[in-house]
Design a protein around this ligand. Sequence first.
Ligand code: HGY
Ligand code: MN
Ligand code: MN
Length: 414
Amino acid sequence: MTDPAIPRIDPARLLADLQALGRVGALEGGGVCRLALTDADRLGREWTLGRMRELGMQVSVDAIGNAVGVYPGLHDLPPVMIGSHIDTVRTGGLYDGNYGVLAGLEVVAALREAGLRPLRPVAVAFFTNEEGARFQPDMMGSLVYVGGLALDEALATRAIDGPTVGEELARIGWRGDAPVGAPAVDCFVELHIEQGPVLDRRGLQIGVVEGVQGISWTEFTIEGTSNHAGTTPMEMRHDAGLVAARIAVRAREIAGEVGGGQLATVGAIELRPNLVNVIANRAVFTVDLRHTDEAALARAEDLLFAFAEQAAGEEGVRCARRSLARFAPVRFDPLVVDLVEEEARALGLTHQRMASGAGHDAQMLARVCPAGMIFVPSVGGLSHNVREHTHPEDLAHGARVLLRAVLRLANRPL
Ligand code: HGY
Ligand code: MN
Ligand code: MN
């Protein structure tokens, strides 16, 4: 169903951009590592800003490194923004975040080639530290953009490897001078790979995303007593490693007990002194809990925290915890959700409504404007894995839905 009034996406150009950006921070054997504010991230930022400039966009960078390119409309109004991220986890793929930003640039390229000026401007943004892997919380840049986290607090946040956000922004030269939160956004659309198995398993082409599930990240620090593995009777031990392991097992059990899609992950763990013949005196580890229902997520937290105290008491160790991220579930605005669904249907693409399991910048922009998301399938539901893959035809389908949705939003009556 091609409508002559709608410009055409160039799938080959989009794919070439994804592969070009994927070469920045490329890992031996495949995949990408561009942890937030590292030199690899700097190079990815420079490449992407260069593409914005090639498209004649007016670019700005704010004090936390969020970058926005604007394609002017007929009227100087708040833009319809397309956004996502280009930082990755340590075992990242070509598509997580990058696809949404580069498809946004492909939309602008198509508008430009057609000489089309929507009523409203169209902006394309990449936000700092969406992944939250090096600095927590995740979606940090977009959270600051919408006023959900004070700039100073974000800049003072320390990385898991030492430096602060402010120090790293200065080091890579990306502490911009644009005011945070500018430009104000009319509405926001994020195109992203699903990163889960739903669309792939059902053979569907488009996910019409209705919202994002709640996220709870906690760091536990267990302090015990190091001692000799060969001379310390079991009843004399204060083993931080054991308590960490028990909490990890209990987190998995809680996911089953709470149910309804409750998720629990222990992704990072560090024992000290981490030696084969020494009882660990310190364990630092993270627990990631997620649920679409806020009450269920809170219950999972209560069960976990109570067990941690109990297990620590039984072993005679100290247990401290701090929250790294806590976001309630988010519902997207029907204005955007319904329109994404209509455009998927208009293109004859198979689709379904669904929630997002992963966090996204769209959930933050939803605090200040109508926001929504479009998903395309992830092969095998794989992501945050170097073998992350989405078929080229699905990448093109998603970009076409994005173009049509953004055009309709940008041309809404003033
Ligand atoms: O953790 C997340 O869901 C996202 O990848 N930041
Ligand atoms: Mn992402
Ligand atoms: Mn991610």
